[in-house]
Design a protein around this ligand. Sequence first.
Ligand code: SAM
Length: 283
Amino acid sequence: GADAPARSARPDAGPAPAKEVTSLSNPLVKDLRGLHSKKERAETGLFLAEGLKLVADAIEQNWPIRTLVHAVKVREQPMVRRIADAARACGALVVEVSDDVLVKISRRDNPQMVVAAFEQRLLSLDDIDPSGTTVWVALEGIKDPGNLGTILRTVDSVGATGAILIGDTTDPFALEAVRATMGSIFHVPLAAGTMAEFAAWKAKHRVPVVGTHLKGAVDYRSIAYPEPVVLLMGNEQSGLPDAYVELCDHVVKIPMAGRADSLNLAIATAVMLYEIRRPRLGL
Ligand code: SAM
């Protein structure tokens, strides 16, 4: 683009060499490693994602990238070169690092060869017009990052539209949540709001809400689900509070035939989503 650095100044006219970082005490390493902390993610508005395919996918969709880090040893791989060029063209810093720096940034013994810092994108409910969409999954007070990531991946898989976080929830941009999405964090619109904002949004758009509860009066297979629709899920510990149940147009239950008390939240969400979308999913 117009802002790209002038390359013709160098005689070989090749791409600018990447910055190389091998010192564990480099401030850049500290900044990236800091993104494991919720506080630093909140302050910077950034988050980490790992893996060549996932990062390439995010860049391809023009998700704003700030820093791309890759192992020195994969520098010649065509896909790494491609994403490095694309990241530079978006104004991101591209850094080649030693393996021990990658271990430090990712806090993993066997890190992926590519890690990147991206800008967070969290919508407010005012940004969401449900008309013409399919299913929104609303998650009340979800606590487990693995569950949240798994649910976003399932929303993506089933062709639902997006997810809404209500109240005090786990951070969707925590690395554990991002890992569990397997890239769907870049495909699934995500909004957050309070219970009052959710209630007002539902009233404004008149979108039906189907809640799930172990004490639901109706079998989840007995409803013809409209679209758009909101599927409202309770949190891992205590199920949907009464105030939320009152917001629902239907409260459904998935039968429990064995001795377990309940299904895992992400599993219950998947069962519901595939049932809601069943008539619209061809083989
Ligand atoms: N101890 C909690 C309770 O009493 O509700 C269990 C919560 S469960 C682990 C997490 C969420 O998954 C629930 O709030 C509900 O939304 C959903 N869920 C799990 N099993 C369900 C079932 N059999 N029927 C309907 N919803 C279910």
